[in-house]
Design a protein around this ligand. Structure first.
Ligand code: PEP
Ligand code: MN
Length: 353
């Protein structure tokens, strides 16, 4: 893929490229107030969703086409470039007609090749810049496939956005990041600019700054950050939006390391380790939760905690699995023994209650 390196309008002036604005356009006043403040802090690209993909029906689903006129107003008044999410060909046509500068494809759309192809076909012959968010599930090939579909329609100004992946486990982040996926994406498509969306990864405003710093440490090119003039009153994603002033502070506090320094590789690797450790802890916590559920079941059914045939079966299976994953069998046994002991301890606690 011959992508031009970094040529998105308004976001080509060094690292990080910043795109900010509310999760959703709610009213002309809210859009303009937020845009004016952002512009006063030097932000050059304004985002706002007008068609909102909500998990369940009945919530605020965006203001629709009328929001496009508000974005036009932002453009003429502040000179900022504007970006909206598109999920259908009609969205693309409406956005093109309204003179929107950048489109993005959301995570719930990237998963669907039919939808992505429809958008790509609607873009054919235009020179619109398109940001492609990762699919909700951690599937790098699906993400690359979406990029290829848009590229195949002749679009050359493409960037990717890592916004984390949804997960069933109880977790700190709303959509935990899997940094090695965008890192591998960069290896596969070297000129592709990659943004991080710490707002949708974190889900809470206090996580936005540390996640932004992590993204910078991992050499991401830009940040897509949900910003609202009155975040607590937002009609969608209130908990994760920050004020323009907080965004300005966040950006001023970012440490931008020189990408060519060799230690960068080490900090990349360390961050990946941090991330894996976090995942291990989340999994262990899920593991113990299930053990306690089993404890309750055994208690209710008057069964003993320890069933030794189950234990040795489990150990054998797991250590074979570990060996097939290039783990040392002794190491695997040791860890499983510890986990099992803790699990038994948890069950005994339940029994004794
Ligand atoms: C958004 O950016 O408002 C959005 C809906 O994001 P995502 O597709 O990452 O969920
Ligand atoms: Mn949002």
């Amino acid at each position: 893929m011959e992508l031009q390196s970094v040529t998105l309008p308004g976001v080509d002036a060094g690292r990080p490229m910043v795109i900010a604005g509310p999760c959703s356009a709610e009213s002309e006043e809210q859009v303009l107030e937020t845009a004016r403040e952002l512009a006063s802090y030097g932000v050059r690209v304004f985002r706002a969703g007008i068609w909102k993909p909500r998990t369940k029906p009945g919530g605020f689903e965006g203001v629709g086409v009328k929001g496009l006129a508000w974005l036009k107003h932002v453009r003429t008044e502040t000179g900022m470039y504007t970006a909206v999410e598109v999920a259908t060909k009609d969205h693309v046509f409406e956005a093109l007609k309204a003179g929107v500068d950048i489109l993005w494809i959301g995570a719930r759309t990237t998963v669907n090749p039919f939808a992505v192809q429809e958008i790509a076909d609607a873009l054919r012959g235009t020179d619109m810049p398109v940001l492609i968010k990762n699919p909700v599930n951690p599937d790098l090939e699906l993400w690359i496939g979406a990029i290829q579909r848009v590229y195949g329609a002749g679009v050359r100004r493409i960037a990717a956005v890592h916004r984390g992946f949804s997960s069933h486990a109880k977790k700190t982040y709303r959509n935990p990041p899997l940094w090695n996926i965008p890192i591998e994406l960069r290896r596969r498509i070297p000129n592709l600019p990659i943004f991080c969306d710490p707002s949708h990864i974190g889900g809470k405003r206090e996580y936005v700054a540390p996640l932004s710093q992590q993204a910078m440490d991992l050499n991401f090119d830009g940040l897509l950050i949900e910003t609202h003039c009155h975040p607590d009153a937002a009609l969608s994603d209130a908990g994760q939006q920050i004020t323009p002033e907080a965004l300005d502070h966040l950006i001023s506090m970012l440490v931008i390391r020189n990408a060519s320094r060799p230690s960068e590789t080490l900090s990349e690797l360390r961050l990946r380790i941090d991330q894996v450790d976090e995942q291990i802890l989340e999994l262990l916590s899920e593991r113990m939760r299930i053990s306690r559920e089993i404890g309750t079941y055994k208690k209710e059914n008057n069964m003993p905690v320890l069933q030794s045939t189950r234990y040795s079966e489990l150990m054998d299976q797991r250590s074979q699995l570990g060996t097939s994953m290039e783990l040392d069998p002794e190491f695997v046994k040791e860890i499983l023994k510890e986990i099992h002991e803790e699990s038994v301890r948890q069950q005994i606690l339940i029994m004794s209650k």
